[in-house]
Design a protein around this ligand. Structure first.
Ligand SMILES: C[S@@+](CC[C@H](N)C(=O)[O-])C[C@H]1O[C@@H](n2cnc3c(N)ncnc32)[C@H](O)[C@@H]1O
Length: 369
């Protein structure tokens, strides 16, 4: 697991300099390019590559059987980088916990969907009415497993898990829930409903059996992003936010465009995809040894899981081809210092926010799009 661990674990003894991008010198860039040329000299044989693709979910199942939810825990950056995930964090900490444990009730007739950035639709409902709708949602859904272990979701239009919510967030490739649970804890919008999926049924089990899993606010399901026919439990144009955190990089590059096209259809006009993923020449890419490369900038780790290293332009092209507009596309180059071992590590991550445009002629707050 060295690939994954070196890529994502950020233990306490790493000291993070401030967030400002670390400039790379030309020499450093050239040295990184040389390392990549060197480790990409020899590709993994095609029959072995086919096997990694065919059994991709099994490799991730094995990963979660070993690590359970011990990996990918550090989410200190989640709400600073993506304030859209909890735009209504306006309660003080003691108030927020009191609200969470039920000792404070929100006033009746609350104006729901308080997302300030306009992502969430506004609707007025009583708290009780809303709770009733959410309870109804969690009971009307019928799900069982098909032979591949994917949930078969029965729904009719207007009746799907979270159908009465005013703000819907989907995390794809959710793993053990290390993004979903912080969102549920931090975002106190009573109109919020969070979906999350992964093609590893071991990961989805970890989410569903977590003590914090609350089926009136959350729906976790098994789903392979690369299977075109695999259903989503919500209709098109129903989501406010879709989150992809270190997941697109795990997918065969040829399949990425279809995945993004399909996800973009699930977004409401004005809804956004938020992505954070590995950037070209990240330390994890430079550390691969010869013989692990599958195709340009795509590698297989020792445990059979795969990883791609993106440029900003590649991600921009994927999103704009799917009809989305850029809100943010930045490269985050960081220097991590392990003082104990006196090692410096250059990390490269890319962060994107792409929005689905409103149809031409659509009026919002008096402005015509
Ligand atoms: C590096 S992990 C990141 C997990 C999680 N997003 C996080 O940051 O904690 C990549 C995740 O993507 C999932 N994944 C990879 N390919 C997938 C696919 N085709 N469909 C659904 N999930 C996939 C894996 O099972 C794994 O949980």
């Amino acid at each position: 697991m060295t690939g994954v661990s070196s890529a994502l674990s950020t233990k306490a003894h790493f000291v993070f300099p401030n967030r400002d991008n670390v400039e790379w010198s030309e020499e450093q860039e050239a040295s990184a390019r040389n390392k990549v040329q060197e480790n990409s000299r020899q590709f993994v044989p095609q029959d072995k590559q086919d096997e990694y693709e065919l059994n991709a979910n099994e490799y991730w199942n094995d990963f979660y059987k070993i690590h359970e939810n011990g990996f990918f825990k550090d989410r200190h950056w989640l709400f600073t980088e993506f304030p859209e995930l909890a735009p209504n964090q306006n309660l003080s900490q003691p108030e927020a916990s009191a609200y969470k444990n039920g000792s404070i009730r929100k006033p009746r007739n609350t104006r729901l969907g308080s997302c300030e950035n306009g992502l969430c639709s506004l609707e007025t409902k009583t708290q009780e009415h809303h709770q009733f709708d959410l309870m109804k949602d969690s009971h009307t859904i019928i799900s069982r497993l098909d032979p591949d272990g994917e949930a078969i979701l029965k729904r009719s239009d207007g009746d799907f898990p979270g159908s009465s919510a005013t703000c819907r967030i989907l995390e794809v490739g959710c793993g053990a829930g290390n993004t979903v649970f912080p969102i549920l804890q931090t975002n106190n919008d009573p109109g919020l409903f969070v979906y999350c999926c992964d093609f590893s049924n071991t990961a989805v089990d970890l989410v569903q059996t977590n003590a914090e899993y609350d089926s009136s606010r959350c729906f976790a399901f098994v789903h392979d992003l690369c299977k075109d026919q695999s259903p989503y439990p919500m209709p098109e144009e129903s989501l406010d936010i879709i989150i992809l955190i270190f997941v697109l990089s795990a997918i065969l590059p040829e399949k990425m465009q279809c995945v993004i096209n399909r996800l973009s259809r699930l977004l409401k006009p004005g809804g956004m995809i938020l992505l954070r993923d590995y950037g070209r020449y990240d330390l994890a890419q430079l550390r691969f040894k010869k013989g692990r490369c599958l195709s340009d900038n795509f590698y297989v780790r020792g445990d059979g899981t795969r990883v791609y290293f993106f440029t900003q332009d590649e991600l921009g092209a994927l999103f704009t081809t799917a009809g989305l507009e850029k809100v943010q596309n930045l490269v985050d180059r960081r220097l991590q210092v392990n003082r104990g071992k006196q090692v410096t590590m250059h990390r490269v991550w890319i962060q994107c926010k792409y929005r689905k445009p409103f149809p031409a002629g659509h009026k919002e707050n008096g402005h015509v799009h």
